[in-house]
Design a binder for this molecule. Structure first.
Ligand code: NDP
Length: 283
């Protein structure tokens, strides 16, 4: 009965929930997208380009950024620049924000999306890898957001943070990755409270994604999970819309929101079912 009631309530919320997305608001918007050379970040850049935004792209591989930049121009970006940067280096975030502010004259959107290589394997005890991943997936996000807050505040801007279901609900084979995503939720949800309490008009949108069909995700999960992947362009559009609508949270696919509610109500049976989606044979 409780499961049915929760499902009905969540279904009604999903049915009546409409975002306030106005595509025209993105024409001329000044956007910085991290992890923009591939996967979801690349698709996010293409959506902003179609909406006529002014964009700065960043990731490590310059040649690939160049190609994404060229495609953005054909799609309708009003202005576009790129800056190669490795987010495992603590000095890079500030440089990237300075570059974007200098090229665009300010920022309206900061989309934090990059990640370091996810191993998708059992915990091996590699503490150095966890430390490195925290730098790339979490600390660099904090540093980028901190450096961008003054310009975002001036422009009633938006911070958009790309996270994962495994940042809400721990899943197997993602120990370090899951920790970095939980850290993002803790930091940015707390920051959202403070910004609201201080009446500083910067929205914080946390995006909770399920498995998405990017090359990297398909490669590291191959043969290990029985879950079908959703399309990256759709995930990217949900992120762009959620940021523009100043939503607190975006779930993609949408049913993840109901799944999280159910898991919070029934964690033990939820975890049992969850484990059946993973291939595992004990050594
Ligand atoms: P990809 O692996 O496809 O892309 C990662 C991006 O980050 C690339 O542009 C890569 O470019 C860049 N990057 C990697 N290392 C660094 C680094 N050290 N410094 C700066 N940039 C770096 O990832 P996805 O598109 O699959 O994921 C995007 C976001 O979506 C992530 O936040 C991820 O956690 C989230 N997500 C993805 C899911 C999925 O199934 N795909 C599921 C749930 C969440 P380069 O190599 O040029 O540096």
């Amino acid at each position: 009965k409780v499961i049915c009631a929760t499902g009905v309530v969540a279904g009604l919320i999903a049915f009546f929930w409409k975002d306030d997305f106005n595509p025209e608001s993105l024409s001329g918007a000044r956007v910085l997208v991290t992890g923009a050379s591939a996967g979801i970040g690349e698709q996010i850049a293409y959506h902003y380009a179609r909406f006529g935004a002014e964009i700065v792209l960043t990731a490590r591989r310059e040649a690939v950024l160049q190609k994404v930049m060229e495609k953005c121009l054909t799609l309708g970006a009003k202005k576009i620049f790129y800056i190669p940067a490795d987010m495992s280096s603590p000095s890079e975030p500030e440089k990237v924000i300075q570059f974007a502010v200098q090229k665009l004259g300010g920022l309206d959107y900061l989309v934090l999306n990059h990640i370091g290589t996810n191993r998708f394997q059992e915990w091996t005890g590699d503490v150095d890898y966890t430390r490195w991943l925290l730098q790339v997936n979490f600390l660099s996000y904090v540093a980028l957001a901190t450096a961008a807050l003054p310009t975002l505040e001036k422009n009633r801007g938006a911070l958009v943070v790309v996270s994962s279901l495994t940042g809400r609900m721990p899943t197997p084979f993602t120990t370090s990755y899951s920790a970095t995503k939980f850290a993002l939720d803790g930091f940015f949800s707390s920051l959202r409270h403070e910004l609201i309490m201080q009446k500083r008009d910067v929205s914080v949108t946390l995006c909770i994604l399920g498995l998405i069909d990017t090359d990297s995700a398909l490669e590291y999960t191959r043969g290990k999970v029985h879950i079908s992947a959703s399309p990256a362009p759709e995930a990217a559009l949900a992120i762009v819309r959620g940021g523009a609508a100043r939503a607190h949270e975006v779930f993609y696919p949408r049913w993840l929101q109901q799944l999280c509610c159910l898991w919070a109500l029934f964690p033990s049976s939820g975890n049992h079912v969850l484990r059946t989606f993973y291939n595992y044979s004990s050594p």
